[in-house]
Design a protein around this ligand. Sequence first.
Ligand code: 13P
Ligand code: SF4
Length: 310
Amino acid sequence: MGFDIRKEIERLKKEKNAVILAHNYQIKEVQEIADYVGDSFELSRIGKEVNAEIIVFCGVKFMAESAAILSPEKKVLLPVEDAGCPLANTIKAEDVRALKRSYPGVPIVTYINSSVEVKAESDYCCTSSNAVDIVNAIDSEKVIFIPDSNLGSFVQEKTDKKLILWDGHCNVHNRVNVEDILRMKALYEDAYVVCHPECRPEVVESCDIACSTSKMIEVAKETDRKTIILVTEEGMRHRLEREVKGKLIAVASPKLMCIDMKKTGLQHVYEALALDQVEVKVSKEITEKALVPLKRMLEIGRKQKEFIGV
Ligand code: 13P
Ligand code: SF4
């Protein structure tokens, strides 16, 4: 009998009491082997709540770090150590300290796509699924929003507060322009166009809706239109093809490919489980500080769920 990598992964998972979490942008094979597939918010919540000793986090570093901070009692493994997020690298802790000196007393909301050191300097975390709610929940007229300025502009459109933005971008979503959208709309005339709020404001404006990756599944199911154009990383197509039946799913541009999200394959998941690698380690001091904004985000999310009765 040959070596069946999927069976071996399943065996090791049981033996070690491990779960596999995968972001919506992971390759098809990894999404299929995962226990949970989701957006950044869902995965951080699931990572905290799930009953397991080991989490194999198939995504990028900031996601695995958030899981490690939220679940210090679990071992969190990132199968490919250098799977990072260029957006997260656009700001450092010292930049946040400088912002605090320039705007004393103004609360800082940090997109989860950031390093643990940056989170540790922040007041609140947010993801694309709750950025507007988090900003609106803060008792201050001014808010510093870092590091994604496109997501910040998206939030600015939906709040009366004055946002101070950092000039960071996701180089994948920021590459798309309005011409790309118009070309797709001309090709698929009655399509529903769904983008991620990390896209440029004028691109967001040219689409039907901007939302987190998991919300895209909901809206794609709800619309009567038979074609969905995705203006987000191309891995999202697999999730939609699995869950939204009878509709054509098209990705707006070949530019929508995040190299870091594509680094993890089945072999890496197997090696991670077999060798317990690469364990994400965050110092106790940074964990304690970064836990504050992350917990505030989960708490605001929990209160809002109670409020709308879900
Ligand atoms: P979501 O939280 O919407 O999944 O987005 C994560 C991300 O990295 C987008 O580029
Ligand atoms: Fe980071 Fe952009 Fe890749 Fe998301 S798609 S992980 S924001 S580089």
